[in-house]
Design a protein around this ligand. Structure first.
Ligand SMILES: [Zn+2]
Length: 86
């Protein structure tokens, strides 16, 4: 369990609790101007560029995409009760 005082917490339980997250092992840019994402917890950049993470977990809601990096997924998955999609 991650402490309540963890710096990565910014109220994510309001929109990330018990949702489905899909593992993306190779990030593909959404468009030319939308070519990266940030982890909803630690803000680490996820993109196709060198030096950034290339994989992560993505919510399945098309209107409001949220990304979680692998490390934060591991840390918070039990608390947020995420379901792993296919
Ligand atoms: Zn993270």
């Amino acid at each position: 369990m991650v402490p309540k005082s963890d710096w990565r917490r910014t109220g994510q339980e309001k929109y990330l609790s018990e949702i489905e997250l899909r593992y993306i092992d190779r990030y593909a840019p959404f468009s030319e101007i939308w070519e990266h994402e940030h982890c909803s917890f630690c803000q680490t950049k996820i993109s196709a560029y060198d030096g950034d993470l290339h994989s992560g977990y993505c919510s399945t809601d098309e209107q409001q995409r949220h990304w979680v990096c692998s490390m934060c997924f591991h840390d918070f998955k039990d608390e947020f009760k995420w379901r792993a999609g296919g």
